[in-house]
Design a protein around this ligand. Sequence first.
Ligand SMILES: NC(=O)C1=CN([C@@H]2O[C@H](COP(=O)(O)OP(=O)(O)OC[C@H]3O[C@@H](n4cnc5c(N)ncnc54)[C@H](OP(=O)(O)O)[C@@H]3O)[C@@H](O)[C@H]2O)C=CC1
Ligand SMILES: O=C1CO[C@H](CO)[C@@H](O)[C@@H]1O
Length: 344
Amino acid sequence: MSDKPVRFGLIGFGAWGRHHADSIARTPGAKLVAIAARSEDSAQAARETYPDVAACTDYRELLARDDLDAIDIVVPSFLHCEIASAALESGRHVLLEKPMATTVEDCDRLIDVAQKNNRLLAIGHELRLSSLWGLVKSMIDDGYIGDPLYALVELSRKPYRTGADGWRYDISRVGNWILEEPIHFFDLARWYLSSSGDPVSVYATANSRQPDHPELQDNFSAILKFRGGAYAVVSQTLSAFEHHQTVKVTGRKGALWASWSGAMDRTRQATFSLRAFNGDEVKTIPIERSSGELFELEEQIAMFARAVRGQGSLACPAGEGRWSVAMCQAAQKSVELGQPVKFE
Ligand SMILES: NC(=O)C1=CN([C@@H]2O[C@H](COP(=O)(O)OP(=O)(O)OC[C@H]3O[C@@H](n4cnc5c(N)ncnc54)[C@H](OP(=O)(O)O)[C@@H]3O)[C@@H](O)[C@H]2O)C=CC1
Ligand SMILES: O=C1CO[C@H](CO)[C@@H](O)[C@@H]1O
């Protein structure tokens, strides 16, 4: 493609889709052309917010347009495979929110459709683009703590939003709750401990606050063992308040400790810090840019638009999104069996 702006169609205009719309609209090199939601109320909200953008209530109508280069998909997770397949088959590059799909089989289907149509398929694991979580990765890669042996990725937050039509609290539509937040942390843990090879097993446990809904697991913890001997602990509670995430990584010669706290996940007014120790003294590392998922989303849209123009790579290609879904499903199996599950 030339340097013309990438023309985006957005499918899904709910809580997170509205932030995608805002990010596309703010990104130089991207143009928001059309939006599809499900209800007339959401389509109308899209028209009012973006009077120059077409809005409809059928994603097929959006895909039938001839003025779109890329489709950004931000719909309930059970619809990811159906809608992303249709978008790829329509010949557009796709940015698909996490989880890539609710089953590994559907991830494989999507990889196949993307390959057959020779289109880009990027998955929305935006934490990799964070000024905070990304700095942890670069310090590990620069050898600051020596070989990493242990990573803790921990979240304490208020309960999930219900989602349009309550889909997030319906296990047949959400898949499981590990696919909601912990999926981000599996992605980070694997990224941080990549020098130890791939994870070989996961041992997880979980429980629910609601006796009549044991499948909605508010508290979740998992241990991932890596081929080279490192291990990671991923842990979350949804029974808390605000949004507080911590990463601790220790290696043969030092340690990193990153924290992020906000009134909610999508605030632009968070407090965050990174402290580092490599055997001599504890340092506070300056963070150059603001941190939080709204900033990371903007980076993600900009990076995807560059990749569509043939300039640069994807932050999270489909194969990586598939890996994270597979790890969530293995963790869910471990919760159900009460035993470690091998992971290939
Ligand atoms: N990477 C990240 O950090 C985050 C990722 N997510 C992911 O994004 C996705 C959406 O989450 P969220 O925005 O919170 O969910 P919401 O329920 O708030 O929004 C879902 C949107 O999808 C629309 N929709 C539903 N069915 C269709 C359809 N058939 N065609 C077109 N639009 C449809 C809904 O339309 P209507 O409004 O008309 O009902 C709504 O606008 C999920 O997969 C979630 O896991 C979410 C938050 C953060
Ligand atoms: O990052 C996230 C923030 O919270 C959402 C749920 O409320 C998740 O879906 C999501 O992935």
